[in-house]
Design a protein around this ligand. Structure first.
Ligand SMILES: Nc1ncnc2c1ncn2[C@@H]1O[C@H](COP(=O)(O)OP(=O)(O)OP(=O)(O)O)[C@@H](O)[C@H]1O
Ligand SMILES: [Mg+2]
Length: 247
């Protein structure tokens, strides 16, 4: 007799039927998916399809008009972004906005405090080292180039020890060497048990991290499955070719 399979761990993140309106416009029109600890899920789609809005609702910047987000089995409804950071959810931004006049180090230290986490110097220095920012630690954040700003934004998120990390187009503007180390870093985070939701236009970069993707268009999922299969899906192809034609 075979022993029964152990029950699968419940998903860390459960997103069900999210609707987000801006005036009469539905930026999200019923988005649902789940994510487990240590998993990476890619979120792709044309400009304006609702990817960032999905992250904004999960991180608590916007309240949805319908649907719900559950984290570690509990609903997040009504919790502020900061309360969500304390629960273990943090994110990076499509356009990072560090405190420009503060040093790189001070930006990371403030983030750790905001998240209610250990801001001891050794911990901050280790994070700066891991993100390749140690050489710029004392410089004002305003002096960083695009790649460094993206890494600082990630360092700020990691300073709060997220169990779920939401990543918004972190590869944009990185050079090949930076892309390589960023992909390795995100993969290592997932290997360590962090769940990652990765919004990305650069499919080569995403493909190095995961095969599991959701494709969105106009606030809805039009595909969920393997990245390699998305490129053979008729609706996905139509949506992306349509976008290319508008450019
Ligand atoms: N705060 C807001 N007020 C009004 N409309 C908004 C707001 N935020 C997003 N939208 C609209 O919602 C739609 C989805 O935007 P969103 O930023 O989620 O797209 P996206 O998929 O991240 O696009 P991109 O790839 O260009 O970053 C767009 O039409 C956008 O203009
Ligand atoms: Mg976006």
């Amino acid at each position: 007799m075979t022993s029964p399979e152990p029950p699968a761990a419940p998903p860390l993140l459960e997103v069900r039927g999210l609707v987000k309106r801006f005036g009469g416009f539905r930026a999200l029109d019923g988005v649902s998916f789940t994510l487990r600890a240590g998993e990476i899920l890619g979120l792709v789609g044309p400009n304006g399809s609702g990817k960032t809005t999905t992250l904004n609702v999960i991180s608590g910047l916007y309240a949805p008009e319908a649907g719900e987000v559950r984290f570690a089995g509990r609903p997040l409804r009504g919790l502020s972004p900061r309360a969500r950071v304390h629960r273990g959810i943090n994110r990076t931004f499509q356009s990072p906005r560090p405190f420009a006049s503060l040093s790189v180090r001070e930006n990371v230290r403030l983030a750790a405090r905001f998240g209610g986490r250990d801001a001891a110097p050794e911990r901050i220095e280790a994070l700066l080292e891991r993100l390749g920012l140690a050489r710029w630690a004392a410089r004002p954040a305003a002096e960083l180039n695009t790649g460094q700003q993206k890494r600082l934004d990630l360092a700020r998120a990691l300073a709060t020890r997220p169990r779920l990390l939401l990543v918004d187009e972190i590869a944009a503007g990185l050079n090949p060497a930076e892309l390589e180390s960023m992909a390795e870093l995100l993969a290592a985070l997932a290997a360590g048990g962090t769940a990652l939701l990765v919004v990305e236009h650069l499919l080569g970069f995403l493909g190095r991290l995961t095969e599991r993707v959701i494709v969105m268009n106009a606030g809805r999922e039009i595909f969920e499955g393997r990245l390699a299969e998305a490129s053979r899906d008729a609706e996905v192809v139509r949506v992306f070719l349509g976008e290319a034609a508008r450019r």
